[in-house]
Design a protein around this ligand. Structure first.
Ligand SMILES: C[S@@+](CC[C@H](N)C(=O)[O-])C[C@H]1O[C@@H](n2cnc3c(N)ncnc32)[C@H](O)[C@@H]1O
Length: 423
């Protein structure tokens, strides 16, 4: 019961707009309970489109208003009934009714909960097949246009399957890779296929021998291709995945972010890894350095739709107007990134987004709005093992239906462009 109440609380917060993070030991001490609660929440989030369709079918009058935890408990129970049959239908029904009896704001709805879940149970075989609802229609249509129907069908599979754990190695040591049970992907990125313990308990964590970073997220920093000791500005740096790569490459790194709390995480990550970049809390849209940089990496805030395998909630919390707002912010940040760059310097622009307006279209904007900026195309050979991600224009576009390295499926959706400042 406790795990269901805690899971409902977390799901409710995510439905209200919070970013999803799995429950930790502080919230549910027992490891098995925690794993089960996280399985329920992630299933409810990955299957949110299908569960929305079920709710439309089951609740003639829609969801009751101001009903406390009713919606979250119902979604968790539908996830269990339809998609996690190994957990048992009886407990899905019984525990849902008991859970809302403990919530003063939802207790009067226990009869409705019971009736709805019984109808869902009777329809569970049909509900389990409604795969066309996995991705929101608006996203699916746009993505089919951009990436093709076959790729988008695989996005839906990737949404259900979730993401494996990818690491970037500080120490490229075959013994470490073996101890992690990892497969090499691209350059110094490896993938842990089967994870049986928390990240902090994996070999090499305490010694700072690697950091968590999706294989796609590790591409942009590698493309700077500057000599060691170059001065590099990492704009929008926290929590520091790309900062660590820039430090590993031997650059003199300034890591800047406007969010003090996220910068604390960056500092803790750098301490664990044994790196000491210069850290600045400032707004990247108007930061004005005394000396311009040889390289600037801008990992701009975006819709984050490319991370839907780990953050399925982004698919349901982003509207067209959110994306338009991000596009304007990205342009302001790009313009200032250009101002921070020395003549001859290199600029990398990247976003973890699948939306062309935040990626490909921003290249056109930058080339027309920022005289003195030119595209420095990425050559397919620079991404050995992933040359299919390099477009004809020399831009990099990855998505979850792409396969890096030797057959390990899936990666985040990322867009990367490389520019040079000519004057
Ligand atoms: C995609 S995340 C960066 C991830 C990071 N580069 C990494 O590799 O670990 C975007 C970051 O942009 C920061 N951000 C958003 N608006 C900003 C602004 N105006 N100035 C500086 N940082 C900003 C956020 O605080 C967030 O940390």
């Amino acid at each position: 019961m406790k795990l269901r109440l805690v899971a409902a609380q977390r799901l409710k917060a995510v439905l209200a707009g919070e970013h999803f993070a799995p429950l930790g030991a502080g919230e549910l001490a027992d490891g098995r309970d925690r794993a089960l609660a996280n399985r329920l929440i992630t299933t409810a989030l990955r299957r949110q489109g299908q569960i929305n369709a079920m709710l439309g079918d089951l609740l003639d009058k829609g969801l009751p208003a101001k009903a406390g935890s009713f919606e979250a408990v119902l979604r968790l129970s539908l996830a269990q009934l339809v998609f996690l049959p190994d957990l048992g239908a009886h407990s899905a029904l019984f525990l849902a009714v008991e859970a809302i009896k403990r919530d003063a704001k939802a207790r009067h709805l226990s009869g409705l909960m019971n009736a709805v879940l019984r109808r869902a149970q009777a329809n569970s075989a049909r509900y389990g097949l409604m795969e066309e609802h996995l991705l929101p229609d608006a996203f699916a249509q746009r993505w089919i246009e951009a990436y093709g129907a076959e790729a988008v069908a695989r996005f839906a599979d990737a949404l259900v399957d979730g993401a494996p754990l990818d690491l970037t190695l500080r120490d490229d040591d075959p013994d470490l890779i073996e101890a992690l049970g990892a497969e090499r992907l691209l350059a110094d990125s490896v993938r842990v296929e089967i994870r049986d313990r928390p990240v902090e308990a994996l070999p090499g964590y305490d010694e700072g021998r690697w950091w968590v970073q999706d294989v796609a997220a590790a591409i942009p920093a590698r493309l700077l291709a500057l000599p060691a000791q170059s001065n590099v500005l990492d704009l929008c740096a926290a929590p520091g995945g790309k900062t660590a790569q820039l430090m590993k490459a031997g650059y003199r790194v300034t890591a800047l972010d406007s969010d003090g709390t996220r910068l604390q995480r960056l500092k803790a990550n750098m301490t664990r890894l044994g790196y000491a970049p210069k850290v600045i809390e400032a707004d990247a849209a108007n930061y004005d350095p005394a000396t311009p940089f040889d390289g600037v990496l801008l990992d701009a805030p975006c819709s984050a739709t490319g991370t839907f395998r780990r953050h399925p909630e982004v698919l349901w919390s982003r509207s067209a107007s959110d994306i338009a707002g991000r596009v304007r912010l990205q342009q302001a940040l790009l313009a200032n990134a250009f101002r921070c760059l020395a003549p001859g310097g290199t600029l990398i622009y990247c976003v973890c987004s699948l939306e062309p307006p935040e990626g490909e279209d921003q290249v056109d904007w930058a080339l027309s709005a920022l005289p003195g900026l030119e595209l420095w195309p990425v050559a397919p050979g620079e991404l050995e093992g992933l040359s299919q991600a390099v477009t004809e224009r020399g831009l990099v576009r990855t998505h979850p239906a792409m396969t890096p390295g030797n057959g390990n499926a899936g990666m985040d959706g990322f867009f990367v462009a490389r520019f040079r400042r000519t004057g």
